[in-house]
Design a protein around this ligand. Structure first.
Ligand SMILES: NC(=O)c1ccc[n+]([C@@H]2O[C@H](COP(=O)([O-])OP(=O)(O)OC[C@H]3O[C@@H](n4cnc5c(N)ncnc54)[C@H](OP(=O)(O)O)[C@@H]3O)[C@@H](O)[C@H]2O)c1
Length: 393
């Protein structure tokens, strides 16, 4: 099978052939369809996480989406980079049965992959940890990230009266707007705590009940000052800084609570239940996030781009979307062909398309009908447009 493999700390993965993993007791094989590249993947592979150096070489990917042998769509977590063993950035993965979350049949695999554990963190940090109650006002920091975009929507789903969002770049603020924030505040590199707290306060127009904070540092300290009596700040990341200048007067004058959150405390079953719920909201169009998808073969470049922040949202690698099945009606095309065969502007006749399809091995279970195309020549973009979707059917 094809797999992205990290060979040394701090290097992006290379896509190589790797042995198909074997299943053990209580494990399931998943044919992978979509895998996000997340901050945790980058951190683990850097060798600087508190899990220490991974056992190189290994397949990264702490989560993924795919299908079980019977076709059931699932989301799954892995320990890649945290414990020895392979993760999700491969055509196949082996995972503990208890950790697998069943997904609705009609959900976009790439969207669930993009939401993934970031949305789980936003969900539990707001609800169980943050105690969000209907009618409350929420301030979401880092609102252009996946945690932030998901938090805006999840807060609304749980009855938040108003969501104020804060983000640095114009593009990040636009994502926060699209996610449904009532007002979006700009965070500038030269802000001081007092000025930023005033901007947050003006946007909130009254006390904030709950701050969802994936960034900490100066924005976290400024957000704390907007909280009303009994307000809570839940920190779940340190994208801005590892420490924050929280002041005692703010903390004690309103009996505030500063709380930490980690997904690591959730049981696999609990994580799976929350993912299933998130996927139901996603399938119903109530929860979405900005992402870009690229084939697994592009993992090296995609990893580099995600690491340098050169992306309009989460990058999701796609794999195993299927191959043509010999013996099926001639004129069927798998989406993977669009990634692997129709490279660049190469134009292929429909005969050549069929020839390449049936030459693929192993045969696929996921196909897209191509029957209705008239004989002729098609560019990649034309084929994609005619098919109209990359969803498996
Ligand atoms: N505790 C947990 O269980 C858990 C789970 C998932 C994620 N996290 C953590 O939460 C954080 C966000 O995750 P994500 O999935 O949303 O990541 P993401 O989609 O890659 O987004 C990056 C986030 O980091 C912010 N950021 C990056 N550099 C920054 C800087 N120098 N100053 C201020 N903000 C900066 C961005 O803010 P802008 O919107 O302003 O661009 C954005 O919110 C990460 O640190 C991640 O490790 C924790």
């Amino acid at each position: 099978m094809r797999a992205a493999v990290v060979e040394r700390a701090g290097e992006p993965p290379r896509v190589v052939d790797r042995a198909v993993p074997l299943t053990g007791d209580g494990e399931l094989r998943v044919t992978v369809t979509a895998v996000p590249i997340t901050p945790l993947d980058l951190l683990c592979a850097s060798g600087t996480s508190y899990f220490g150096l991974p056992a190189f070489p290994y397949v990264p990917g702490v989560q993924g989406v795919g299908r079980l042998a019977d076709g059931t769509p699932v989301w799954f977590p892995t320990d890649a980079g945290m414990k020895p063993g392979d993760g999700s950035m491969a055509e196949q993965a082996v995972v503990p049965a208890a950790a697998v979350a069943r997904l609705p049949a009609d959900v976009d695999h790439r969207l669930v992959a993009a939401l993934g554990l970031s949305a789980v963190a936003a969900w539990h940090a707001l609800t169980d940890r943050g105690g969000l109650a209907a009618g409350e006002q929420v301030l979401v920091l880092g609102a252009g990230g996946v945690v932030g975009q998901a938090a805006i929507q999840i807060a609304k789903l749980h009855g938040a009266r108003r969501v104020v969002a804060a983000a640095r770049s114009v593009a990040a603020r636009e994502r926060a707007h699209r996610a449904g924030a009532d007002v979006v505040v700009a965070v500038h590199p030269r802000d001081d705590v007092t000025a930023l707290a005033r901007r947050f306060g003006d946007a909130a127009g009254g006390p904030v009940d709950l701050v969802l904070d994936p960034v900490f540092g100066l924005p976290g300290a400024a957000a704390l000052r907007t909280l009303g009596v009994g307000g809570r700040l839940v920190n779940l990341g340190s994208a801005a800084a590892d420490t924050a200048p929280l002041d005692s007067a703010t903390l004690r004058s309103r009996s505030l609570r500063v709380l930490g959150y980690t997904n690591a405390e959730l049981s696999p079953e609990r994580t799976a239940r929350t993912i299933s719920e998130i996927a139901r909201h996603a399938a119903a169009g109530r929860l979405t996030v900005a992402y870009e998808h690229l084939p697994l073969e592009a993992a090296t470049d995609a990893w580099h781009r995600q690491a340098t922040g050169d992306v309009p949202g989460r990058i999701v690698l796609t794999a195993g979307f299927g191959r043509a099945a010999p013996g099926r009606a001639a004129g069927m095309i798998a989406t993977e062909l669009l990634d692997r065969v129709f490279v660049g502007e190469e134009r292929l006749s429909s005969d050549e398309i069929h020839r390449r399809m049936v030459a693929l091995d192993p045969p696929a279970d996921v196909l897209i009908a191509f029957d209705h195309l008239p004989e002729g020549e098609y560019s990649v973009d034309e084929v994609a447009e005619i098919i109209g979707t990359e969803e498996p059917i």
